[in-house]
Design a protein around this ligand. Structure first.
Ligand code: GLC
Length: 425
């Protein structure tokens, strides 16, 4: 059975492979997405190491001169997606969006390097990627943490990768909707509208894009100019984990300066992250940087903090919190607490389970010695696949498959889980 699932997952990766990059799924997402590629490369690395490295190389071939790696690369024209290059207007030779996504590449590249069978290839590709990934990390601290707090802000919900999380409801109130160009939504033609963000949210997403566009996508200006600035614990955990992994990789490759700079980021960032802890919820919360308050929203962003090298005490508390959540759903980990009034079991990041986040949380819990809870998360992930196939996301109560089908990163995570933990999952 395990072999059959791995075979089906491999077929999905091949189906969505466009040669040098992979689309998340055809139709709904016809281009290359940033963190999708980093995580999907892990799936490829189990059966084609060279192709896995190419996925990351292609992503970094579109890195901006200032160090940012964009969230979408529009390799080919396709009017089946909104907002397309005509809305972003970033003025690049191959069009890209103008914002970024969770920087999980440092983690992925270290993992691919450590387990590579072709050592010469791994060394060559990792050595070339190392300074580029480091430049991206430094871009974050320069452009998204101008006051050097140790944590970075996202300036658009799409940067978090958790597009319509309940976390953004309150800070979104500060984003206007007047003057927004007419929406030409395509997503609701490809997927069930009740599984997707609302029009009101889309207006605010596009308002921010128009605002940043009017500033010429100059990252020296965007952070301060944005009415939406949120410090997301999940996003920062991914960045800090990638810095820690990059430091180790840099040591192995003899790049002492990158190692030291990356380690310093972790040393400052982890205590800063702790200020986002909430005893009331037993997890981390987002901080609204525009008004300095913690957003009282028990989302999966605060659980994803387990991915970073946080203290043992916090990791144990997060493990407990996840066990507690398991009493309120059939499948871990819901993207929002089912007891919260905003919980919506079908709507994107307001309740459903996503396998990529599951895999990262489980990995963090393993590192913190919380392997039992990590195993429970992985077992639930595989149960979802057996029951409902390779969907974009799933209802945490009924296991209903939601969003797009034949989804690349879902397939990649299944390969990763079954190859590394097959027996237990
Ligand atoms: C959605 C998700 C985002 C992902 C993209 C492509 O926008 O919220 O995290 O990267 O789809 O799969």
């Amino acid at each position: 059975m395990t072999d059959v699932i791995i075979e089906q997952a491999t077929d999905i990766l091949r189906l969505n492979d466009r040669g040098s990059y992979t689309v998340p799924t055809s139709g709904l997402y016809p281009f290359q997405w940033n963190w999708d590629s980093a995580l999907s490369a892990l799936g490829f690395s189990h059966f084609d190491e060279s192709r896995a490295w190419t996925e990351i190389d292609t992503l970094f071939a579109h890195q901006w001169e200032d160090g940012m790696v964009p969230h979408i690369i529009f390799h080919e024209e396709d009017d089946g997606y909104f907002p397309g290059p005509d809305v972003w207007q970033t003025n690049r030779p191959i069009p890209t969006s103008g914002i970024t996504q969770p920087p999980v590449t440092g983690f992925a590249v270290k993992r691919m390097f450590d387990r590579a069978l072709d050592r010469a290839l791994a060394e060559e590709r990792a050595r070339a990627l190392l300074p580029r990934i480091h430049a991206w990390h430094e871009w974050f601290f320069r452009c998204r943490d101008p006051e050097a707090t140790g944590l970075v802000a996202i300036i658009h919900p799409w940067e978090s990768g958790r597009d319509n999380s309940v976390d953004w409801d309150q800070p979104f109130a500060a984003v206007p909707t007047e003057g927004v160009e007419p929406l030409r939504r395509r997503d609701i033609q490809h997927a069930d509208p009740s599984h997707r963000p609302t029009d009101d949210q889309y207006k605010r997403y596009i308002w921010l894009v128009q605002k940043f566009r009017s500033l010429g996508w100059d990252n020296a200006k965007l952070h301060d100019a944005s009415p939406f600035k949120v410090v997301d614990p999940g996003f920062n955990a991914i960045l800090l984990r990638s810095c820690a992994d990059l430091a180790d990789l840099a040591d192995t490759l003899g790049e002492a300066e990158i190692a030291e700079a990356s380690r310093n980021r972790v040393a400052v960032g982890i205590p800063a992250l702790d200020a986002l802890w909430s005893d009331t919820f037993g997890q981390f919360l987002c901080l609204d940087r525009c008004n300095g308050s913690l957003i009282q929203s028990p989302s999966i962003g605060g659980l994803l903090a387990a991915f970073a090298p946080i203290s043992q005490e916090r990791a144990v508390s997060l493990a407990k919190r996840i066990v507690d959540l398991s009493t309120r759903c059939g499948y871990l980990v819901p993207s929002h607490d089912p007891v919260a009034p905003e919980f919506d079991s079908l709507r994107y990041w307001r309740g459903p389970v996503w396998l990529i986040v599951n895999t990262m949380i489980a990995n963090g819990l393993d590192q913190a010695g919380q392997g039992d809870v990590a195993d429970q998360i992985r077992t639930d992930s595989v149960r979802l696949i057996r029951q409902s196939g390779f969907a974009e996301y799933y209802d945490p109560i009924s296991a209903e498959p939601c969003g797009g089908e034949h989804f690349t990163w879902t397939a990649a995570m299944v390969i990763e889980i079954l190859k590394l933990h097959g027996e237990k999952a």
